[in-house]
Design a protein around this ligand. Structure first.
Ligand code: TMP
Length: 208
């Protein structure tokens, strides 16, 4: 037996951090050993790559470079954190995983999905999430939330509305094609309503 692998996804401002803490405490209450991690990042090398990827110093980074750095961080993350945790029957909750690459580098940057699939097959080697929760909301609402944070915007957050509209659409298309692995949650609802939906999805996985 191995643990379960959950990722959470959504455009900027979808409320992933709040939901991540909620999911972690819910699973701990159910007696699970939980590892919380993130992409890009999750390892020393991955966090160093994250700094490069998010830094506004590299606004002109080529889409292929961006894609390969995302997968380099992911390869390290899988080898050092995700696989060992799953093998030890722990539950891994990851703030973003490969669906983000299809949405951001595919939908956002316009890289051909087949090319992303090739690098993905090579890097993931059959690994994928058991459940991905996609927190979906209109781009404008997400952007208003990001503005309220009043932090310096990273390289992705500085992109225009159209970039995020394409990403959102790509996420939703992917959810439709995912045969249930990706579950969409309306993130514009009240927090209580969202958490109720999250519990329902987690309970299905807990019963498997
Ligand atoms: P975060 O701030 O939500 O943790 O994510 C960092 C940024 O990296 C976010 O704007 C989405 C982006 N990203 C990609 O473009 N491709 C990926 O594969 C991942 C994991 C994140």
């Amino acid at each position: 037996m191995t643990g379960k692998f959950i990722s959470i996804e959504g455009i900027e401002g979808a409320g992933k951090s709040t939901q991540l803490s909620f999911i972690e405490s819910y699973l701990i209450k159910q007696g699970k050993q939980v590892v919380v991690t993130r992409e890009p990042g999750g390892t020393g090398l991955g966090e160093a790559l994250r700094e490069l990827l998010l830094s506004p110093n590299y606004m002109g980074m080529s889409p292929d470079t961006e894609l390969l750095l995302m997968f380099a961080a992911r390869a390290e993350h899988i080898a050092q954190v995700i696989q060992p945790a799953l093998a030890a029957e722990q539950w891994v909750i990851c703030d973003r995983f490969v669906d983000a690459t299809f949405a951001y580098q595919g939908g956002g940057r316009g890289i051909d999905i087949e090319r992303i699939q090739t690098v993905s097959d090579w890097t993931l080697n059959e690994l994928n999430t058991d459940l991905t929760l996609l927190f979906d909301l209109p781009v404008e609402i997400g952007q208003q939330r990001v503005i309220k944070r009043q932090q310096q915007k990273d390289r992705f957050e500085q992109e225009k509305t159209a970039f995020f509209t394409d990403i959102r659409q790509c996420y939703l298309n992917r959810a439709e094609q995912s045969a249930g692995r990706i579950q969409v949650i309306d993130a514009s609802q009240s927090i209580e309503h969202i958490q109720c939906q999250v519990i329902k999805k987690l309970d299905v996985l807990l019963e498997q």
